[in-house]
Every structure is written in structure tokens, then in C-alpha cells.
Design a protein around this ligand. Sequence first.
Ligand code: OAD
Length: 295
Amino acid sequence: MREDSVTIDNGHLKLIGKACELIANSHTVVAFTGAGVSSESGISVFRGSGGIWQKFNPALYGNLPGLALVFILNPERIEAFVREAASAFAVAKPNSAHESIAKLEHAGFISGVITQNVDNLHREAGSLNIFEVHGNIFRARCLKCGAREDLPKRRLLENITTKRNSSLKRRELLRLLDKYTGRCACGGRRRPDIVMFGEPLPRGIFRRAMELAMKCDCIIAAGTSAIVYPAASIPEYAVRKGATLIEINPERTGLTPFARLWIPLRASVALGEIFKQLTGKANQRAGKARISAKA
Ligand code: OAD
């Protein structure tokens, strides 16, 4: 459902009006996003009902040693996990939450987006200043020299997520992963450039994301449970440094008590309305300025 087909009640409109005031009166505004922002693009959230971690135990499937163990003991489950986790990524398109964040950046209302999502949808929506602190599934990283390279989206669909009549053997699974990521020019094997539990975050990206969060005076946390660290420390540090937190999430989270405003709506709806109101106000101001210049 797109945000334009939704009626927002007066209580929520008031909250959005206040959010617009906070954003318009801030110097540097940053968006901090999580899986909830992509859920309306058909990608599962991790936690809560329908979340991927309800079907696949994150203690096994969320880290490389666990995945290696399942790979040895039960390769069919790995195939099922990869297909379930990756197939939505392969076909997902940005929704109006991503689009509104990109438009807010282009209109000068926000300075950038720090995301925990690996789905590339902020980039596809047109955001420019993006910090992907958990990596990007459409990029490969060389295990030998560390070089990174973007991968075409269709390659994920062709190699990893295609439905097959019979389960793949271990060797075939590895071959497909190899085909997806390709070999590095140095000859090294590559893996999808995403962060799994227990792995460090890409240092430069995390540092620059943190710098932006520390200098912002308003942070909009949308669609995240904010329980996975160190990423979740980004909005916390921003608030400690004096930034105003606006949270957009139908559910309360650990961030909610620190939020100046909690908007319990879907991200597509809330961000779409925020963009509409902010650009409406900006147009009104420009109109008034034009009239007074003519007078
Ligand atoms: P979670 O699955 O933990 O949380 C998703 C949040 O989005 C929940 O709080 C939902 O209430 C909310 N939500 C769902 N639909 C929404 C919508 N339409 N609009 C707004 N909010 C909505 O996802 P993350 O917080 O992103 O890390 O998870 C953080 C990290 O945990 C992920 O990056 C991943 C995961 O395990 C790694 O894999 C390292």
C-alpha cells in the first residue's frame, strides 16, 4: 500500500507537524534506518512476527561459524535460508519511505542516511550520502586483498534464489556462491560484503556515520528495533550529544523513551507526509518571498 492511499488521523497529523517543525529548525538532520523501512518493499524484518529470525535461529544463521556448521550438517537448510533471505532482496524495489528520505535529502532537509539495511534500496531511491554500516549484499569483498566491487542485482536472482526441484549438494552451493560473487582480479575468493554477528563493522563507514551523528542536531530513527550494537549506539550518541530524536515505528522500542517525538506509523506513511508538509511550507515561504519582492 502506498502512503497516498492512507488517511492519517488528526492526532498523527499533529505529531507530523511537530516533527516538521523540529526538522525545519535544525541545522543538520540525519535519518537512521532499519529493516522496517524495507518491509513495505517485501523484505522481512528480522525480529517480531514474520521476522526471519523466527524461522532461522540467529545464533546459527546470523554468523559465519554457525552457518559453516549448518552447511556441514544440513546443507538443505542453508539453501532454504539463503533462498528465503536473499530472494526478496533480488526483486525488491524502493518504497515511498526510501523515496521520501531521498527527496528530503535532495530538498536540503536532511544531510544523509545511516542504514543497517544491506538491500541497496536507499541508493536505488536516489539517496546520495549513505552510510551502510552493515554492508551491502550487492557488493562483493575479496577475502585475500579486501577489494570491493558492486554486483549486478540480477545476478543474485540468477544464481542464489532460483527455485530448484532437488536440493543442492554442498559443492554446488559453494559453486553458486562463487558464481554470484565472482573471483577478484587478484585471484582471491570473494564473499557478499555484509556484516554478520560477531564481525566488525566497516571501520571507515562506521566512523564517518558516527561523526555525522555526533554533529547532527536532529536524528530520525525509522523502522529499527535498535537492539543490535554497535549500530544502535549511533542514535544513542546523537541524543547524548544533544540531538533531538524523532522515532518512526508502529511499535515502541528501547529508543522510544529518548525520543522527543514517537510517531507510531509506518515509515512510508510518516515520511511521505513529512516530505509533503515540509515542501508545502517551503513553497509557501518561497511564494510569500516572491510576493513581497514584487510589492
Ligand atoms: P528488526 O527486525 O530488529 O526491527 C524492525 C523494526 O521495524 C521493528 O521495531 C518493527 O516494529 C519496525 N517496523 C516494521 N514495519 C515497519 C514499517 N512499515 N515502518 C516502520 N517501522 C516498521 O530490524 P533492525 O532494527 O534493522 O544485523 O535490525 C538490526 C540488525 O539486526 C540488522 O541490521 C541485522 C539484524 O540481525 C545483522 O545482521 C548484523
